[in-house]
Design a protein around this ligand. Structure first.
Ligand SMILES: NC(=O)C1=CN([C@@H]2O[C@H](COP(=O)(O)OP(=O)(O)OC[C@H]3O[C@@H](n4cnc5c(N)ncnc54)[C@H](O)[C@@H]3O)[C@@H](O)[C@H]2O)[C@@H](O)CC1
Length: 407
């Protein structure tokens, strides 16, 4: 969970050299685990663990790191200027059981971290300091009361932020440790944030200001060669769609649909592909929606699939035609009953007086159709299909955002 937080902020291709400075207690143990996990995430970790804890668990953590050939540095081995040698410093010296003033050898190590995190003394290219649970030397509740302590760039609180976290002013605050037993939550009246999806960590606190121009990704995937591309664009699409399914992507059938009416104003929105074969690609919409109105005036559209995790996108452009009423009907009745009523209740792209109005229409329709097995598909609310003649289709397959093939 600690490493997942680090990974979200500092990518291993840009911040590769990590020094985990580990103290004698459990906070130091967390540092040892972090070094091992970061190794597996593609970082190059080093560990400084001057006062080893002679407990079996800690011996195992050390053995695991040694078996990965992670170098252990003594305090004397550490370079004078840590900023030259490391991109990330993991501050795992002390956590919530620290008290008093740091004793040697940790006093000097903490001083180094303090200097490196002092905005006035900080070198122009200094490593990011990431503290585990509590910045070392801070009091668990009072925090950095003197104001002279470590000012980390990132703090990963464990289980729940300790009181001192209120004094953390760095740009990245995460919480890790998702599985808190409900009796503990109740006992300590914890108000924990929701963790996204299956994530083991969650960003808390204010999101940092982002320099959008500096956001970049390195797209790493095998080259796409001409001979690997199917001659028939539908076959190629099927292949890539299968890949997207196999990769477990969320809604691989989500696609951006762009249309322009007679006024030539373009608009795009995400819709779901509901089928495709050599006749074309099918999606459904309300005939009174803006997209349907655009298509009635200008029966052409552009579809864009973007499969982020595969570094792939597919553009499809061409003419649009309606599917038969029977097909519309069949699809409509395949939807859950609530969605059928919802589709009839909402006059897409039209202004409604208020939210209550929509709820009322929905309830009225529910009552009206309660005795009917099949809810009638009103003809004003039909569905559309795209691209009925393959020779008019224009496919652009883009992989790694570098190779581009027109089919
Ligand atoms: N729910 C949580 O919050 C969890 C916390 N864990 C970690 O465990 C930490 C707490 O672990 P511990 O209770 O072992 O304590 P710490 O790791 O905070 O430190 C205790 C050690 O530091 C030494 N020490 C204390 N004051 C010192 C001083 N002034 N100079 C030199 N040495 C000093 C003690 O002798 C002891 O060896 C947390 O901060 C966190 O990192 C996790 O491992 C498990 C879950």
């Amino acid at each position: 969970m600690f490493c997942n937080s680090v990974l979200q902020v500092y990518k291993p291709n840009e911040h590769n050299r990590v020094l985990a400075i580990c103290g004698p207690g459990n906070n130091g143990g967390d540092g040892l685990v972090a070094a091992r996990h970061l190794y597996h995430f593609g970082y190059k970790p080093y560990v400084c663990y001057p006062k080893r804890t002679p407990k079996p668990l800690y011996n195992c953590l050390v053995t695991q790191l040694e078996s990965l050939s992670v170098p252990f540095l003594s305090v004397e081995d550490l370079p004078m200027d840590l900023s030259d040698s490391f991109d990330i410093l993991i501050d795992a010296v002390f956590g919530f059981s620290f008290h008093g003033t740091p004793r040697p050898p940790f006093d000097d190590m903490i001083k180094k971290l303090v200097n490196l995190s002092n905005p006035d003394l900080r070198p122009s290219k200094s490593p990011a300091i990431v503290s585990v649970d509590i910045p070392s030397g801070w009091h668990v509740e009072e925090g950095d009361s003197s104001g002279d302590g470590i000012k980390p760039d990132m703090l990963v609180s464990l289980t729940a932020p300790k009181l001192c976290a209120k004094m953390f002013s760095g740009p990245h605050h995460f919480l890790g440790g998702r599985f808190v037993p409900p009796p503990i939550v109740e006992k300590f009246k914890l108000q924990l944030p929701a963790y996204p999806g299956t994530s083991m960590c969650v960003r808390i606190g204010k999101p940092p200001k982002v320099d959008i121009s500096a956001l970049r990704e390195n797209y790493i995937s095998p080259e796409l060669l001409e001979e690997q591309v199917e001659a028939d664009p539908f076959d190629q699409f099927q292949k890539w769609f299968d890949d997207a399914m196999a990769a477990g992507l969320k809604e691989p059938n989500a696609m951006s649909l762009s249309t322009a009416g007679s006024d030539r104003n373009l608009s795009s929105r995400m819709v779901l592909l509901k089928g495709f074969d050599k006749e074309g690609f099918v999606w459904y919409t309300n005939y009174e929606s803006q997209k349907a109105r655009d298509i009635s005036e200008n029966p052409r559209a552009s579809l864009l699939f973007y499969w982020d995790a595969l570094n792939r996108q597919v553009r499809i452009e061409g003419p649009v035609a309606k599917v038969s009423e029977a097909e519309s009907e069949q699809y409509f009745h395949s939807r859950p009953r609530g969605s059928q009523i919802g589709a009839i209740a909402s006059n897409q792209s039209s202004v409604i007086p208020n939210r209550q109005y929509l709820h009322q229409v929905y309830q009225d329709l529910e009552a009206k159709y309660s005795g009917l097995v099949l809810i009638p598909l009103l003809c004003r609310r039909g569905y559309l299909m795209i691209l009925s003649h393959s020779q008019y289709l224009y496919f652009v397959l883009v992989k790694s955002l570098t190779s581009c093939f027109l089919l």
